[in-house]
Every structure is written in C-alpha cells, then in structure tokens.
Design a protein around this ligand. Structure first.
Ligand code: JDN
Length: 169
C-alpha cells in the first residue's frame, strides 16, 4: 500500500494555513542520514512539519508537489518513520535555548561542538571492583584533566569512528 497524494496535500495545507509555513521533513529510508549538522539546521527553523513514511512509501507526487527535506536514520529497516521522527525531534529540540539544564551540555556530548566522540566519564568511587579512575582525574589539575579528555576523545574517535576525525596538520 502506498500513501495517496490527496490526503497528504490536504493535511499539509491545513497545517500551514493554521500555523504558518513549515520546514517540511519526510522520514524515509531514501532520505539523507540524520546528523548533528542537519539537527542544527532544523533547530534554526521557526516550525517543523514531520511526515512519517509507512507501508511501501508515498505517491511520488507528494515529493514533486511539496518541498521536503527527506531524512533517514541509517541503513536498517523499520516499519515506519515514527521512531526516526522522534529522533529528529529530540536531536533538534535539545539544541534550543532552555531545553537542556546546562547550556554547555549540548556542546560537550559526542558530535557536539568538537564534532568528535565524547571522552570517557567517571564518578565515585575511585576504585570499583578493582577498576580505578585514572589518576589525573583525581589530581585537581584542571588543565591536565582537559588535556587528558581531549586526548581520550581523539583516541576513541580514531579507533571507533576514523571517518569523522578531522585531518590534523
Ligand atoms: O518510513 B520508514 O519506514 C523509515 C524507515 C527508516 C528510516 C526513516 C523512515 N530511517 C531508517 C529506516
């Protein structure tokens, strides 16, 4: 079964009449893969409209006649775009002022301002089942701690996601 054009056009037109123009996002496995840059782009919009794919997809005229940004979550099969829509919603909303408790939080996470993976985190106790917190983190030397974190983030990214590591010169 394929989603028909008529009810989709009517719904989109009604939403835009009632609320104003929207950045229209189509969740579909043939879209571009969601990443932090795209979420940042969405977070600058006044209003988003999300349309989820289901069944075998959309009548192609839904693509032709309306201006969509087509978004996928990656190369795996789902039954519908609802979960991808929630991923768009959360990745976008957390970039809006006041959504996170601490404004710096979003910058520090993996793919945040640095664009690479986050460093390891520890909490108490200093030793858990024989596994110790790295000594530098207990040193109170904030400059040394920052250097350790930057190095760990880089090493981790090199090992796990070399594809996102910026070229060093
Ligand atoms: O519409 B869908 O079934 C849908 C599936 C996937 C997706 C976005 C939409 N991203 C990854 C699978």
């Amino acid at each position: 079964m394929v989603l028909q054009a008529e009810p989709i056009f009517t719904a989109v037109e009604q939403v835009e009449e009632n609320h104003g123009p929207c950045r229209k996002i189509l969740l579909t496995p043939v879209g571009r893969v969601l990443n932090q840059d795209l979420a940042a782009d969405f977070s600058k919009e006044e209003r988003l409209l999300l349309l989820c794919g289901r069944y075998e997809g959309f009548d192609e005229r839904i693509r032709q006649g309306l201006d969509w940004t087509e978004v996928s979550l990656g190369d795996f099969v789902l039954s519908g775009g609802e979960i991808p829509a929630l991923a768009v919603l959360e990745s976008t909303a957390r970039l809006l002022p006041g959504v996170l408790g601490h404004e710096e939080s979003a910058k520090q996470d993996s793919f945040g301002e640095s664009g690479i993976l986050d460093h390891p985190h520890y909490t108490r106790p200093a030793v858990f089942r024989g596994m110790a917190v790295p000594e530098v983190l207990l040193s109170g030397d904030h400059q040394a701690i920052e250097a350790w974190r930057a190095d760990q983030a880089r090493q981790r990214t090199l090992k796990r996601r070399p594809d996102i590591l910026p070229d060093s010169d």
